[in-house]
Design a protein around this ligand. Sequence first.
Ligand code: NAD
Ligand code: TYD
Length: 337
Amino acid sequence: MKKVLVTGGAGFIGSNFINHILKTRDDYFIVNLDKLTYAGNLENLKEVEDNPNYVFVKGDIINRELLDYLFDKYEINHVINFAAESHVDRSILGSEVFYRTNVVGTAVLLEASRNHNVDKFLQVSTDEVYGSLGATGLFTETTPLSPNSPYSSSKAGADMATLSFNHTYGLPVTITRCSNNYGPLQFPEKLIPLMIINALHNKKLPIYGDGMNVRDWIYVIDHNRAVELALENGGDGEVYNVGASQEMTNIEIVKLILQILGKSEDLIEYVKDRPGHDRRYAIDSSKIQNELGWKPEFRFEDAIVKTVEWYKGNRSWWEGIISGDYLKYYEKQYKKR
Ligand code: NAD
Ligand code: TYD
């Protein structure tokens, strides 16, 4: 039995991971440790809350005492670290909590994992640690790290700490670096859910700069299958890039969402650019494809329709969010542009 401490499992990717694993595997026992920040939502985990192979614990990855207690109590032998502050725009408004959770929190979790001799520590990272590409080229695992935002620099710090624990102490770590995710349960501050929800309300869709920035989009289930494979078969001290080779400009995505919803392009509004805005991300995922046999299964043109349908069908999920503190954050952010 894998006894897995999943951190940040009430967020977008972590909750999709737990729901997927508990549906498909009976050899996983999952302890979900989540601080329930603005981005954590136990609604995301309704379908597993009574599963005997699942326990939720509210807490912070920086709390070493709590970690030691959980490792002992549940005999944890695997760790997947999804927990993070994850939004670039928020990191620009204030970076401290990003370095606290993403760097120091990861370091505390590494220390606890080392102390309890886990079989694998999987760090869920991002392609943003590589910085920005020009019009051509792809990120490979040997691309030098060159992060540009407080968010991406904090994730790069966490990656470096993770690799150092392998080099120094022999802790069996693996890192996945994935491109931009989309799908159900994504908090509506990120591009795709924000645009869907604004369009459903006939609110303006704010495009930063000229809208020609490129991201390489992957459906969340494809990412999570890569995490599962890397946890089980990933080499110690190895990094795997994860991406579905689906590059799109922001303006292409927004126009597609409007088309799916049958809304007018007049809703589009170009606003002041994000400071330090990375121009293009694109992933070479041949290593994980060749070494671990992973390949993406969802095409963007189909999965974006599924995603739009999910937000249309789950209004109560996001109405709760946008009527609370989030709206205050969003209005403040939007006014500044
Ligand atoms: P998210 O913001 O939706 O969820 C983060 C979760 O972590 C939340 O449930 C939050 O409550 C929890 N959390 C935050 N600080 C914590 C702390 N100190 N202790 C315990 N829990 C804490 O993020 P997401 O989009 O699901 O991303 C998950 C991971 O994947 C992150 O590490 C992120 O860097 C990485 N990632 C995200 C993307 C993407 O496109 N969203 C792409 C590549 C990698
Ligand atoms: P985002 O979802 O914040 O992810 P990241 O910054 O981690 O890539 O943004 C994706 C792209 O969309 C990025 O180029 C910024 C752009 N964007 C907008 O143009 N308008 C918006 O309101 C948001 C949130 C993002």
